[in-house]
Every structure is written in structure tokens, then in C-alpha cells.
Design a protein. Structure first.
Length: 325
């Protein structure tokens, strides 16, 4: 069955963006009519060069048993395509898992758990859990740091509260955003993090984690960034109070991304994103934004599943009150 997916370009072309969406969906269903077809595709993604035993790490053709079990011909260890992944021990049909991933990556603005519930007929808790597990899988541990000229600033995310504090002293959630600036114009990749406050103890570690040493870091004149220069970066503070241009003109990159983030949260999730789960939604936005120029949405779908089959299992208790990023 693995051979049926050898021609990977075919599925990428059939799921190409800009084509009639209902027809794409029919083609998707034809590719993955049952769990057996889903397992075959996931096996190809997990072991592109052939089965490798998780126990002895020897690559050899396995013995195939019932219920999708794979037995290593060398050490006789029993494994499965889904073991050690976010699909491990799932009672949800794999067709539902893959269809959720397809809608999540092909829908222009993504989708909420409520939409998954209505579209696929699952319970709300099941839809919510699947989406959060996929959001965890969207983060690659080896993803490269931002480089070149990187613009960094914070934004506030949360509902409207009249009469409260304004600016960095607010009780709303603070999100720090870093975005690459392309020459002569345009935006590159983005990184985001929900931080407890706008102090240097929270901002400087974010810069060190997400930006390559030696890069140019542009910020406003906030004192929390004063130690950036000492950590190996060329710091270019922009003192907004001394400039005639407003902030969104002086630092257009982060303000544009912040605007898109807030519109996405408000439009797709109706603004109902709790603080404890905010980082998960930021990671989904980052995954989608950094792949916005992809000509094939099928390729984005494939990338998500490639990361899903190398992401360790996540139980409900780990995400109920917010995943420990």
C-alpha cells in the first residue's frame, strides 16, 4: 500500500491552492477513504526510507500483523505507525484526524473547535483536543532562529476593559513579536511569545531564543531592551516619542503582524482565547504566517502531518490548563 503514495507530487497538485474548494475536498476524501489509507500515508511520512525499528534502530522490512502492528525482523519488537506520536492510542478515527488537519491547513483563516464539531460531527471536547495537539506539533524543535534585520515589539491581546491601566502596565495579555524585515521591502518569518510582563527578564531571553547572534535588532526605546546589545546583537532603538511618525509607521512590521493576529483571533475564534492557552494559538498563527507564500496548501498539510508523526504523545491533562511550552 505504501507504493500508492510514491508519487507525492500528485497529491500536492490536487490540493493546490486556488482551485475549486469542493472539488479539492472530494479528491481528498478519495485519497483517504478509510483508516488503512491514512495509516499507509502516515507510515510513508514517518519512515520515508523504510521502516526503522524504534527499539534497535535497524532498518529492515517488518513483519505485518493484524491491527496495523509492525514486528521488527531483527529484534522482534512490536511497533505501530501511530505509537510514539500524537495519534498514539487514539480512539478517534484516523480519517477524522487527517480531515481535521486538511481543514486546518487549507482554510484561509483556520478553524475553531466549534467549526470542527459542526463539520465532522465530533464532540466539542474531541475537536478541541485534536486542534491543540496539532498546534503542539506545529512547533519544530530544530526551527532556525530569525536573522538579518529583526523588528521586535510587544502588543496587548485581550478583551476591552474600560477604566483600567493602559500600555505595558495593563492587565491584558502581553505578547512580544519578532519579525524579519526583507530588503528592500516585505516581511519574513515571525516568532511570538506570551510573556508575564514587559521587563528585561522576559524580553531579553525571548530575543536570545529567537534571534541569531549578530543580527540587527530594532526595538522602541523601552528600557526592557537595554541589555540586548550586551548579548551579542546590534541594537537599534527607535525613540518613538522623538519622531513625528506614529508607531505603526516607524515600526511597520510588528504592528502589521499584531493587527493580523488580533483580527485572526477575533474572526476565527471570536476573541475567546484564554490566557492559559494563548501560546498555543500564537504557535498556530506563526505556523500559518510563515507558510503564507506556499503555492500548494497540500504541501502545508503534508508538513503538519510530517511533524505530527515525530511529536511525542500528548495527554489531555497536559493541555487542559495550558500546555507547558
Amino acid at each position: 500500500m505504501v507504493e500508492q503514495f510514491e508519487d507525492e507530487e500528485k497529491i500536492l497538485i490536487t490540493l493546490e491552492a486556488g482551485v475549486d474548494y469542493p472539488r479539492l475536498y472530494r479528491e481528498f476524501v478519495e485519497w483517504f477513504p478509510d483508516d488503512k489509507a491514512c495509516l499507509t500515508y502516515l507510515e510513508k511520512l514517518r519512515w520515508p526510507n523504510g521502516f526503522t525499528c524504534p527499539a534497535c534502530h535497524i532498518s529492515a522490512k517488518p513483519w505485518r500483523q493484524t491491527r496495523g502492528r509492525l514486528v521488527c525482523s531483527s529484534c522482534h519488537h512490536q511497533a505501530s505507525v501511530t505509537s510514539g506520536t500524537i495519534f498514539e492510542k487514539t480512539r478517534i478515527p484516523l480519517t477524522t484526524w487527517l480531515e481535521t488537519a486538511w481543514h486546518m491547513t487549507t482554510a484561509k483563516n483556520g478553524l475553531s473547535a466549534k467549526i470542527v464539531q459542526r463539520t465532522l460531527g465530533t464532540s466539542y471536547r474531541t475537536a478541541w483536543k485534536m486542534l491543540h495537539q496539532y498546534r503542539i506539533a506545529m512547533v519544530r524543535g530544530e526551527r532556525k532562529q530569525l536573522s538579518g534585520i529583526v523588528e521586535i515589539d510587544e502588543t496587548l491581546v485581550g478583551g476591552v476593559k474600560h477604566g483600567g491601566k493602559r500600555g505595558r502596565g495593563t492587565s491584558k495579555a502581553i505578547v512580544v513579536i519578532a519579525v524579519e524585515l526583507k530588503e528592500p521591502k516585505g516581511l519574513g518569518r515571525v516568532r511570538m511569545r506570551h510573556i508575564p510582563d514587559a521587563s528585561g527578564e522576559a524580553l531579553v531571553p525571548f530575543v536570545c531564543d529567537t534571534v541569531r547572534l549578530g543580527s540587527v535588532v530594532q526595538t522602541d526605546g523601552w528600557g526592557g531592551y537595554n541589555q540586548v546589545q550586551k548579548n551579542g546583537y546590534l541594537h537599534q532603538p527607535i525613540i518613538l516619542s522623538s519622531m513625528s511618525d506614529p508607531a505603526h509607521v516607524s515600526m511597520p512590521g510588528v504592528h502589521r503582524v499584531a493587527s493580523l493576529l488580533k483580527r485572526w483571533i477575533l474572526g476565527t475564534h471570536q476573541g475567546s482565547v484564554s490566557t492559559e492557552h494563548l501560546q498555543s494559538y500564537l504557535e498556530e498563527f506563526t505556523f500559518r504566517f510563515n507558510r503564507r507564500t506556499s503555492l500548494s496548501r497540500g504541501l502545508v498539510f503534508r508538513r503538519l502531518l510530517e511533524q505530527a508523526v515525530v511529536t511525542e504523545p500528548v495527554i489531555r491533562a497536559e493541555i487542559t490548563h495550558g500546555y507547558d511550552w
